[in-house]
Design a binder for this molecule. Sequence first.
Ligand code: NIG
Ligand code: FE
Length: 422
Amino acid sequence: MKVQADLLLTDIGELITMAGSPGLRRGEDANELSIIRGGVVASFHGRIVWTGKTRDVFNSVQLVNNSLEIDVAGKVITPGFVDSHTHPLYTGTRQVEFAMRAAGADYEDIAAAGGGILNSVSRTRQASSADLEDTLIKHLTTMLLLGTTTVEVKSGYGLDLETEIRCLETASKLAEYWPQTIARTFLGAHEVPLEYRNRSDEYIKYLIVEVLPKIKSMELADFVDIFCEKGVFTAEQSRRYLQAAKDMGFGVRMHADEFHDTGGASVAVDVGAMSADHLLSISDRNIEKIAGSNTVATLLPGTALFLGKPFPPGRRLLDAGAAVAIATDFNPGSCFCESMPLMINLAVCQCGFTIEEAVTAVTVNGAAALGMDDHKGALVPGFDADMILWDLDDYRGIAYHMAIPDIEDVLIAGQLVSSMFE
Ligand code: NIG
Ligand code: FE
């Protein structure tokens, strides 16, 4: 019995399918890309229906009327990237602070003096929904042209009910009509707002009692996140907050151990977080703890690069057996960069990943960090036909070409989308 298809990509030099065990990939599994050489991928109504060798396609696939067939001339196809950690819901850039850092100031000192996140908050509070939508579209488009087909989008530059709702409504609106798949995260606990200065406990209580139930009833977010960091929220506050969010039915995730080891990763594991992110300063003990859990260790090497900090301990996490994802952390303060291809290069050149582990980290493990590993991150029947067509004949070129992506086209749900923006 042949499967029906409306899209057929033929003569693929290397089809990186990522077929394999469902869920998190760790250890040797993270090195297995399940490559089909000299193959074909077929999709129907936006979902993969068949992959295999060219010689078998005639007996396996039936093209329907008006289908599209593309000969990719021996090139590489991978799943689209899953960027599982970004902050694009803001207005106003922070070049002034960037210049201060260039002149020697430290990121944390700028934040402690009332700049940093609170600088973006004051401008985002004044932004209209249209301003927010414009900024979001601009950055999502850049991400798309760089191969990102699924993206997590955090709020967290409002820090009051009205602005946080406006930001999440903007993300929800785009999720309805925009080609990329968007996961929405409420990050109202990104910083202590000025109104609650020195009263962070009261702010956490306000978020738990008043804000989270509202976000839940309005169905504005899929996940809840908190910035657990010295001078922001403590491990104890993070535990209380994320447990409350989880009890309300949210998936939870956490900014953990970015600048200081505050035990954030340990709390993330204890509360069953989907991911603990950053981890530049994670302790050896907590490397072992996260490795023994189902919490994804999400590394954001662009932030270390942008801030001039030591890179996260990728090799040690991988060797301990952690499931590791890589994301951009795109935001106006600590990583103004949308490029997953750059993050792959940094993971390999600065964090000790093999090229294959890096590809796993931006596909299946990124999808797992968002609870989407049953339909994103791999090119196997039933999964979404989100694909990158590379102008490469060897997938290793993805990591090798630093900062310059050799992308020919991006497909989302079986549609060629990147050419729409040219
Ligand atoms: O993930 N660490 C906290 N939040 C962002 C930085 C946000 C900003 O500086 O605006 C991050 O790096
Ligand atoms: Fe972040």
